[in-house]
Write a protein that binds this ligand. Structure first.
Ligand code: PEP
Length: 251
């Protein structure tokens, strides 16, 4: 029998935050977790410069930290890049790979994302692999084809339900305040589950997150959709007051 999937609510701070903000948010969230013991697991993915300090402030809270990207190699002449092993050493448990902003801003292909996800596995991290269609692809009726293709191309053979999480993030919903309908979310999550089951023995156990303008006022409905095992949250993860209702929405 498949083990129940523990929901995950992960915050992606992108290129936002300062030491003072991170400490305040960490302490506020840790206090909420201690007081309310949510069903969902929490993770925060700050800019790399804050990762080690955030991990320290959150130590013992049950809240994990993660990187927003990693290089595929463990070391070498790659100025400005960070190896998955370095994230692990700084205290990370997770690493986001293939976020649409990385794919767009840095031209990352599925093959690049796959190598980065495998690097996360090599380092002992849990890779959060992001996939999702653009608005033009949705309007052209290509969503399912695009998402299935990205999933196949971006997820390495080293993936298991324990070391990988999938984040379905329609590009047009990220940071825009727009979200797909609940039916559209259900349709894509069902496809992802079907693909995972077909490829991996433990495909039923992978957590599949929804991401894209998740806010306190829409979280409950989105988190109740079948096969939605949590959320990857951008803007609303920057303040504990906004993030907490999303955490609470998943039980
Ligand atoms: C994201 O960047 O992963 C994201 C989902 O952003 P937002 O919640 O701000 O749309």
């Amino acid at each position: 029998m498949t083990q129940a999937r523990k929901p995950l609510i992960a915050g992606n701070w992108k290129m936002n935050g300062s030491g003072a903000m991170a400490e305040a948010e960490a302490r506020a969230l840790a206090a909420r977790v201690a007081a309310e013991r949510p069903a969902a697991e929490l993770a925060l993915c700050p800019p790399a410069t804050l990762l080690a300090r955030l991990a320290g402030w959150l130590a013992g809270s049950g809240i994990s930290v993660g990187g927003q990207d990693c290089h595929a190699k463990a070391s070498g002449a790659h100025t400005g890049d960070i190896a998955a092993e370095m994230l692990w050493e700084a205290g990370a448990l997770y690493v986001i790979v293939g976020h649409s902003e990385r794919r767009a801003d840095h031209g990352e292909s599925d093959a690049t994302v796959r190598a980065k996800a495998a690097a996360g596995h090599r380092a002992g991290l849990i890779s959060i692999v992001c996939i999702g269609e653009t608005l033009a692809q949705r309007d052209a009726g290509e969503t399912l084809k695009v998402v299935a293709g990205q999933l196949r191309g971006s997820l390495p053979d080293t993936a298991t339900a324990t070391n990988s999480v999938i984040a379905y993030e329609p590009v047009w919903a990220i940071g825009t305040g727009r979200t797909p309908t609940l039916e559209q979310v259900a349709e894509v999550h069902a496809l992802i589950r079907q693909e995972l089951r077909a490829r991996f023995d433990d495909g039923a156990g992978f957590r599949i997150l929804y991401g894209g303008s998740v806010k306190p006022d829409n979280a409950k409905a989105l988190m109740a959709v079948a096969e939605v095992d949590g959320a990857l949250v951008g803007g609303a993860s920057l303040k504990a007051a906004d993030f907490w209702p999303i955490v609470a929405a998943k039980g």
